[in-house]
Design a protein around this ligand. Structure first.
Ligand code: C5P
Length: 219
């Protein structure tokens, strides 16, 4: 927490993938480097906010001046987010696994010669964004979700904003090389409309988003 337009505010950010264990040595995950979410946490901190970053397993370094809570699974991520509330703003940039295995095997699944491949039964994970956006007493004033789509990006983002009950959606087209890359092309879907932003480094997306958040919270 420091000087800047977000001084005195608390921001909650999620970033990275989640890992859902199959057995002690295997997991299911989403593709996410954590670059965009970590850049947003850094930009909010640079604007003066106190930032809690709940991060799945990533190899990018912890952003300076940010309190980092490391988690593995979606359920751990949800618990860490709920523990971090109240917050003035929540930005959910994590690529959360939609499903986990219904049962985690206590021992490594063995590959027996001639045996059939295992069939994994899956269970639905909690939706962290929708839960935080619908929180009865501790809903942050501004809740921002992400949408990674490979087609009809804006249409899907507008629908997602309504479905999740969040205020804004940052939508990006991930049909190209965005995953793990340094640049991003996004659309910002707000209560008043849709803005297309030009391609820019993820740090710049983060800085602009932090500026917009500061503006919105100042109203
Ligand atoms: O439904 P979908 O995964 O496309 O939505 C993406 C948005 O929802 C992102 O902001 C992501 O962080 C969030 N999300 C979540 N918990 C889930 C699934 C998605 O917070 N289980």
């Amino acid at each position: 927490a420091g000087d800047g337009p977000l001084s005195g505010r608390h921001a909650l950010v999620t970033s990275g993938p989640t890992h859902e264990p199959i057995d002690p040595v295997r997991y299911i995950a989403n593709r996410s480097s954590g670059k965009q979410g970590h850049a947003i946490a850094a930009a909010l901190a640079a604007s003066g906010a106190r930032v809690t970053l709940v991060s799945g397993p990533v190899s990018v370094p912890d952003p300076p001046g940010v309190e980092v809570r490391r988690v593995e699974t979606a359920r751990e991520m949800l618990a860490a987010c709920e523990a971090a509330l109240p917050a003035d703003v929540a930005v959910m940039a994590a690529a959360v696994a939609d499903w986990r295995t219904a049962r985690e095997a206590g021992q490594k699944l063995k590959k027996e010669p001639g045996a059939a491949a295992p069939v994994l039964e899956m269970a639905l994970n909690p939706d962290i964004l929708a839960t935080v956006a619908g929180h009865p007493e501790r809903r942050p004033r501004l809740v921002v979700g992400f949408a990674a789509e490979t087609e009809r990006v804006v249409e899907h983002a507008v629908a997602k904003r309504a479905r999740k009950g969040c205020d804004w959606i940052v939508a990006n087209d991930v049909s190209g090389g965005v995953m793990g890359g340094a640049a991003n092309t996004v659309h910002l879907v707000t209560e008043t409309g849709v803005e297309g932003w030009p391609e820019m480094p993820k740090q710049e997306v983060a800085r602009r988003l932090a500026a917009r958040i500061a503006e919105a919270l100042a109203r």
